[in-house]
Write a new protein. Structure first.
Length: 128
């Protein structure tokens, strides 16, 4: 929402801040933003994706060597792909939500959020 310059003065923005501030704010003091993107949130999301895949591999029935260089490289790439996949899921959900709300309730306050998430980055590239 920060990269899309969507206002956080709405219920979804306030919920997102309340849900993530407990871990993002202390780490933000050490990791600065990078080119307008909140690198702390991106880094933490990547770390959670890395931990999720490492835990899934640890509990899987197949043997996995976590100390191998190739294994660490594969885990980092899988975590990066997972973060990219979740970003696409968010984009698709926002596009579908925006289409549905434009038919059902076009003057809903959440339309500004969905438009901010999709119009500048996603639709803007296809309009050129």
């Amino acid at each position: 929402m920060q990269a899309a310059q969507v206002s956080f003065r709405n219920p979804i923005g306030q919920f997102t801040l309340a849900l993530t501030n407990w871990i993002v704010l202390p780490i933000r003091r050490f990791i600065p933003p990078f080119k307008g993107y909140d690198s702390t949130s991106l880094g933490l999301a990547w770390l959670f994706a890395l931990a999720m895949h490492a835990l899934l591999l640890a509990i899987s029935p197949w043997p996995f060597n976590f100390m191998s260089g190739n294994s660490i490289l594969a885990l980092t790439l899988i975590a990066t792909l997972e973060l990219f996949k979740m970003s696409l899921y968010l984009l698709f959900a926002a596009v579908i939500g925006q289409a549905l709300m434009s038919w059902l309730s076009p003057y809903n306050p959440f339309m500004a959020i969905l438009t901010g998430l999709t119009a500048r980055r996603f639709y803007g590239q296809s309009r050129k």
